[in-house]
Design a binder for this molecule. Structure first.
Ligand code: PGA
Length: 254
């Protein structure tokens, strides 16, 4: 099945409002022939979501994503942000379970599950990140780790709900390190994820996008995204510079 490629820029803790607006303007102006052919989103920090959302509404086909969310509707959760608040700003997507959240902020498969369910209930499409740390890869446990993260993070969802999800495979050892998975390593894990998704969601799995993330750059994006089960990219560092991110987006064109 032909799946539209989906490329999302994860800006992490970078960019003020003014810097965010400048970047998004450059991106919208530079999409060219990729506009409408590749699904493109950016995930600015919470502080810039409102301004970027308004800028995007004026300037083109780039969608807004958040980087994280809390699963409760509201309440005494200092520092947290709810699904309703993100929807209010026009967020169409939200990243969940990023390895930096897992590593530094106590994210678990169980909090990933709660966040994913809350996002779906609130009409925002989750981008659920999975991926093995270096030690697990070296011990030959990559597929086992990813299998657990996918099954536990997506537990209890219907086929219809699963169809709204993007899974991002991001090997932890490749994030921000300049070490990319080889196309064969990526395809192996992506195919395994697709098999698990088929078990969970049936034929819906054939329309679900599985992004690769981890040091995606203009010079490796096309090869990675030409693999049969690599349906796009979740891009960190290279999404902060418009020419690099635009080159990656163009790499998604067939
Ligand atoms: P990177 O980050 O492209 O800088 O490796 C990817 C990510 O963390 O989503």
């Amino acid at each position: 099945m032909a799946r539209t490629k989906f490329v999302c820029g994860n800006w992490k803790m970078h960019k003020t409002v003014a810097e965010s607006l400048a970047l998004v303007k450059e991106l919208a102006g530079g999409l060219g022939e990729a506009a409408g052919k590749v699904q493109v989103a950016v995930a600015p920090p919470f502080t810039a979501l409102k301004a970027v959302g308004e800028g995007l509404a004026r300037s083109g086909p780039i969608e807004l994503s958040a980087q994280d969310v809390h699963w409760e509707k509201q309440g005494a959760f200092t520092g947290e942000v709810s699904v309703t608040m993100l929807a209010d700003l026009g967020c169409r997507h939200c990243i969940v379970g990023h390895s930096e959240r897992r590593q530094f902020f106590g994210e678990t498969d169980e909090t990933v599950r709660k966040k994913t369910a809350a996002l779906l209930a609130g009409g925002i499409a989750p981008i659920v990140c999975v991926g093995e740390p270096r030690a697990e890869r070296e011990a030959g446990r990559t597929l086992e780790v990813v299998d657990r993260q996918v099954r536990q993070g997506l537990a209890g969802l219907s086929g219809e709900q699963l169809g709204k999800i993007t899974v991002a495979y991001e090997p932890v050892w490749a994030i921000g390190t300049g070490k990319t998975a080889t196309t064969a390593q990526a395809q192996e894990v992506h195919a395994t994820i697709r098999t698990i998704l088929r078990e969970l969601a049936g034929t819906v799995a054939d329309s679900m996008r599985i992004q690769y993330g981890g040091s995606v750059k203009p010079d490796n994006a096309r090869d990675l995204m030409s693999q049969p089960d690599v349906d796009g990219a979740l891009v960190g560092g290279a999404s902060l510079k418009a020419p690099d991110f635009l080159a990656i987006v163009r790499g998604a064109l067939r």
